[in-house]
Every structure is written in C-alpha cells, then in structure tokens.
Design a protein around this ligand. Structure first.
Ligand code: NAD
Length: 309
C-alpha cells in the first residue's frame, strides 16, 4: 500500500507512520514542520515539506499516487481557535479541502481519505457520558466547528467525486513525542515541567474531566480504519473520564514531583467533562484501547526523561 500522512511529522501522525512502515507501506509525509519534527520520522518515510494549503499539493498527490491519505495536519489549539477563528478555519477547513481537491484531481481511482477529527471537542457537554456518535455535534469552539465542517463535506465528496472516507473522532491523546510547548497536551506539558522541577499550572479548578487515550492505541485505530469499515464517524477513546487533579497526582508520583500545583483562570473554549463511547469502532473494526492510563503515563514519563534536553 502507498500511504500519504499529512501532519506525519507530528505527535499522532508519526506514531501512525511507524505503524504503516512496520506493516510494509510506502509512506510519504506532507508536513510544514510548524510543530512536527523530522526526527520523529523513520528513515524509510519520505518527507515533503509543504503547507496543506499550498496548491502544489495536487502535484505531490498525483506524483505519489497513494492508495490512501491519512489527514492529521491541523491547527490543533482550541484556545487559539477561540482567539483567531479565521486562522483555524484557513488550515482546518480550506487546507483540508485543498488536500481533497488534490485527491479528486489525481489520475486513476481516488485515494481513500481517513480524517482525524475530534471527539473531545465535538459533543459540547452532554448530560450522559460517555458520549456516543449518535449525539448531535455541538462544538463549543471554532476548532470543533472546523472539524465538524469537514465531516459534513466528506460524504458530499464521496457522492460527487467517489472519494471514500472514514472519520475518526479522537479523545485526548497522550504519549511519547507530544509537543510540551503548545497549549494542548496536558500530559506532555505536566511531564516536562515536573521533570524539570518547574511550577505546574492547572487552568480552572482541576475538576474538568477528559478521556485520555494512548497514542499507540490511536495509531492502531487509524490503521484499522483504512483497511475496512464504514465511513464512521468512529469515537476513539476509553470511555473513562479522568480529572486534571487526578492526572496531576498520578504524574507527580511518576515524576517524583513534590511542589504544589498553581491554579489559573479557566480558558475560553475549554469544556467541563467529556468521555467517549467507542462501542461502534469495537463492533465494526474490532478496535479497543489496549493500554491502561497508568501504563501509558509511565511510558510517556520515561520518554520525556530520556528525551528532555
Ligand atoms: N492530540 C489530541 O489529543 C488530539 C485529539 C483529537 C484530534 N486530534 C487531531 O489529531 C491530529 C494530529 O494532532 P497532534 O496532536 O499530533 O498535533 P501535532 O501538532 O503534533 O501534529 C500536527 C502536525 O501537522 C503539521 N501541520 C500543522 N499545520 C500544517 C499545515 N498548514 N500544513 C502542513 N502541515 C501542518 C504540524 O507540523 C504537525 O506535524 C490533528 O488533526 C488534531 O486536530 C488530536
């Protein structure tokens, strides 16, 4: 199989690239390296350093002739999307349509499109948790709205242009290689700060709950959704919510961190509690998370210990 992974030099994308390369795929990564890093990539994966909004992406797709395109490149910050909705939409809507147009205009059968969407920012704050895909989309941020917008385009592109797709809605992903410098990725941010003995800030009262799913399990879910299954959307999470104070405690123990936490004001666009019901992807694709929270956190802290300069 020939696979393109947009955003493949990033956190989730690079774990997927590892899976695909291990399975014998020929892989081309399209990434502008805005947050991704070339060192995340195995030497056998090729890299095209390019913005997904660049019109030349059509030539890249036509030249490589992929069987499938995994689309992980995105503006990923919820709070940036609340400050600058246009910046978010430019990458997450227009950039994505540019990739789809590249697939549409390439000769031969169009590649299958696997869309990396969000579950954490899709459903608002449902009363009953974990949230299943049958709930209506109620994004609480421009980031969630831009991801949902693409989800609406995909069946249209399938009907009009024959581009098959699967949408995967991820919970809060954590693990090795997550960028600890951004605003998203609380496990990476806390791990890095704790190992360096720095002050850790929790925005809000720490009672917000998220569904933390390990990146290796997410890479498996993405690889599986390219093989078979329907269009989704498929939730990919553990079904269990963990609050930020609990997460702080678990990481503090793993990092042997003894300082007290600092509480800051809540951030715009953040929601209170979310966890995802992944029964559909289990039923249709046989996927379920294989890594416990504590094992995943231990792997992550070990990685930051080895890789923090
Ligand atoms: N991390 C999570 O918890 C989570 C949850 C739900 C969905 N997602 C989605 O998963 C995908 C990957 O996120 P991640 O956490 O690995 O973040 P990341 O920042 O590590 O990965 C994004 C990658 O896309 C690249 N990129 C960004 N803008 C680009 C552009 N305009 N052109 C080309 N490349 C560009 C970056 O350089 C980076 O390598 C995103 O689509 C994100 O919305 C992530």
């Amino acid at each position: 199989m020939k696979s393109i992974v947009t955003g493949g030099a990033g956190f989730i994308g690079s774990h997927l690239v590892d899976r695909l390369v291990d399975a014998g795929d020929e892989v081309l990564v399209v990434d502008d390296l805005s947050s991704g890093r070339q060192v995340n990539l195995p030497s056998t994966a090729k890299l095209e350093e390019m913005d997904i909004g660049d019109e030349r992406i059509a030539d890249v797709i036509a030249g490589f002739a992929p069987d499938r395109v995994f689309h992980a490149a995105a503006q990923i910050s919820v709070s940036l999307s609340a400050r600058e909705p246009m910046t978010d939409a430019k990458t997450n809507i227009l950039g994505t349509l540019n990739v789809l147009d590249g697939i549409r205009n390439a000769p031969g059968d169009p590649a299958k499109f696997i869309f990396v969407s969000t579950g954490g920012a899709m459903y608002g704050e449902p009363e009953a948790l974990p949230a299943s895909e049958t709930l209506p989309a109620m994004p609480g941020s421009p980031y969630g709205a831009s991801k949902h917008t693409v989800e609406i385009y995909l069946p249209v592109y399938e009907r009009l242009f024959g581009i098959k797709h699967t949408t995967v809605r991820l919970a809060n992903v954590f693990g090795p290689r997550q960028d600890p410098h951004g605003e998203a990725g609380v496990v990476a941010i806390f791990s890095k700060a704790m190992l360096a003995g720095k002050q850790v800030t929790i925005f809000g009262d720490g009672k917000d709950e998220r569904d933390y799913v390990y990146v290796g399990d997410v890479a498996d879910a993405l690889a599986k959704s390219a093989e078979d299954g329907g269009t989704g959307p498929y939730n990919v999470g553990t079904g269990v919510g963990t609050n930020v104070n609990t997460l702080f405690g678990l990481l503090a123990e793993l990092c042997q961190y003894e300082q007290k936490v600092n509480y800051g004001p809540p951030r715009a666009g953040d929601i209170g509690k979310i966890s995802l019901d992944s029964a559909l992807i289990e039923r249709e694709l046989g996927w379920r998370p294989g890594t416990t929270l504590i094992d995943g956190l231990a792997e992550t802290v070990a990685w930051f210990r080895e890789n923090s300069a």
